[in-house]
Design a protein around this ligand. Sequence first.
Ligand code: SF4
Length: 169
Amino acid sequence: MSKAISKSPWVVHFNCNSCNGCDIEFLACLTPTYDVERFGVLHVGNPKHADVLVVTGSVNLRNRHVLKNVYDQMPDPKVVVAMGICPATGGIFADCYNVVGGVGSVIPVDVHVPGCPPRPEAMIDGIIEAVGILEKKRAGLAVDPPLLPVKTVKGPAPAPAPQEASEKN
Ligand code: SF4
């Protein structure tokens, strides 16, 4: 977390379909206790001014168009951070009739921060990781795809370990 940031990242936050748990924790990052602004992070309301899109909650049939619209308004290069298990897989809302899944089903995700909700420290780590990816994109360098959190509240079951699979055969 001590890595220097060459330019202040401006962050816009979009609540897709969250229970508000992740949003409360993210807002805590902006308070003097966690003070994410010490890294130059500025929370903005207009996607046209933002470099980083923070998404909370799962994606449903109604908000997927809004999410895509917010993403499209951001200037390139940009980075998307999925905060919590809901934007990764749909989380506890994955089986709802109107939920289409995680954020990755609509826009590309660069960083997944696991948790339900993630702690503010984990969220700040995710933002710092996003800034590193943003700098790579600005330099025209390749970026690795993000790792989906292995443990999910609901959603796709992880593949069996090789030993378990061979025992079943
Ligand atoms: S990950 Fe947990 S806390 Fe965050 S929006 Fe989903 S249910 Fe709520």
